[in-house]
Design a protein around this ligand. Structure first.
Ligand code: BGC
Length: 350
């Protein structure tokens, strides 16, 4: 019922703006709440993370909270909620945050489709909104532009991370990768989550980078590991037990790469010698594995920069200033040669 009401309000506002021929005006005709604040200590900010147990999102959200505190927000006014990977839970959390007086929202959507309703809720209350990590659909982003909504999205382009995974493997050359010398690279693909844009792009671009370099590929297994270490471990263990022997394991993230490495070792194979594993994120444990030679490489998913950009975007909105609707940042390839530099760079940026 509440959702319907919000829909009606937003639709009415949209129709009004069309009638007066000013589709570029704000979605609501009331004065935006964004006023310049001289201090943020009393300003409430709401954050929803699709699932707090996610290794990467937990690093991201910790950094986001500390950065907001460093910018003058009081820890008590930063409401950080985990959405239990459930979009209706997330939607009611957004309603509660708005009802509780949040002046800005930073949301890691459970999936791209829930973003539409979240945007409706925020826009109808004039609350600025910053999406992080999971991309809302293209139509949704067009709406922010058309109606000049105070909504933006901060992210690294997942295509780049897939390309970098492919390039990390290519540094070894075809001969080293093709351990059994049959002219093809037997590989396992462990994907993040179904219908997740990052997962789709990483899968597609890692493989196409290898194909574009004229490698012959033989996919032995392609399964969804839900971004999770234990699930990936089970998948790889089962695959090897069934007699599938990969030369390469490509994982959409590091948590799953760590699980894959464990399964490879349990099967009596040597990661980094018998099987080459690559991940994405540069989790601290994964960088250690790179230094030990068990993980061939990973791709730094710059959570420090992304969390700072997201907080800065929210602050810009609170100050009455706008943001670009898409705020991007770059991934960085991590191998044994630069692993220590990456650790140092992460620590320096915090
Ligand atoms: C990260 C994953 C994480 C996912 C959550 C991705 O960008 O690489 O580790 O699980 O985001 O959405």
């Amino acid at each position: 019922m509440k959702k319907k009401m919000v829909c009606y309000i937003v639709m009415a506002a949209l129709m009004l703006s069309l009638l007066v021929g000013c589709s570029s005006e704000k979605i609501s005709d009331s004065t935006p709440e964004s006023v310049a604040y001289s201090s943020y200590s009393d300003v409430k900010i709401g954050i929803c993370i699709y699932q707090l147990a996610d290794n990467f999102m937990s690093l991201f959200s910790n950094e986001l909270v500390s950065y907001l505190v460093s910018k003058g927000f009081s820890r008590d006014n930063i409401i950080l909620l985990g959405s239990a990977n459930n979009d209706s839970v997330q939607l009611s959390q957004v309603e509660e945050l708005i009802a509780g007086g949040a002046k800005a929202l930073i949301i890691n959507p459970v999936n791209s489709s829930v973003a539409h309703s979240i945007t409706d809720l925020a826009a109808s209350h004039n609350i600025p909104l910053v999406y992080i990590n999971r991309e809302p659909s293209g139509d949704e982003e067009n709406r922010w532009e058309s109606y000049q909504l105070d909504v933006c999205y901060v992210v690294c382009d997942a295509r780049q991370s897939g390309i970098y995974q492919g390039e990390l493997l290519l540094t070894l050359g075809n001969k080293a990768l093709d351990r059994n010398g049959d002219g093809k690279i037997q590989y396992f693909m462990i994907e993040g989550a179904p219908e997740n844009i990052d997962a789709g792009y990483r899968t597609l671009y890692s493989v196409s980078t290898l194909k574009n370099a004229d490698l012959q590929l033989d996919c032995l297994l392609d399964e969804v590991g839900n971004w999770d270490c234990a699930t990936a471990q089970l998948i790889v263990r089962k695959g090897i037990k069934e007699g599938l022997i990969p030369e390469v394991i490509i994982c959409n993230n590091d948590a799953m790469a760590l699980g894959a490495i464990e399964a490879v070792e349990q099967a009596g194979l040597k990661p980094g010698e018998d099987v080459y594993v690559v991940g994405v994120d540069a989790l601290p444990e994964a960088i250690e594995m790179v230094q030990e030679g068990k993980l061939l490489g990973t791709v730094y998913n710059d959570y420090v920069l992304q969390s700072h950009l997201a907080a800065d975007a929210a602050i810009n909105y609170l100050q009455g200033n706008g943001n670009e609707h898409y705020i991007g940042c770059d991934y960085v390839k991590v191998n044994r040669d630069n692993a220590q530099d990456i650790i140092d760079a992460i620590n320096n940026k915090k």
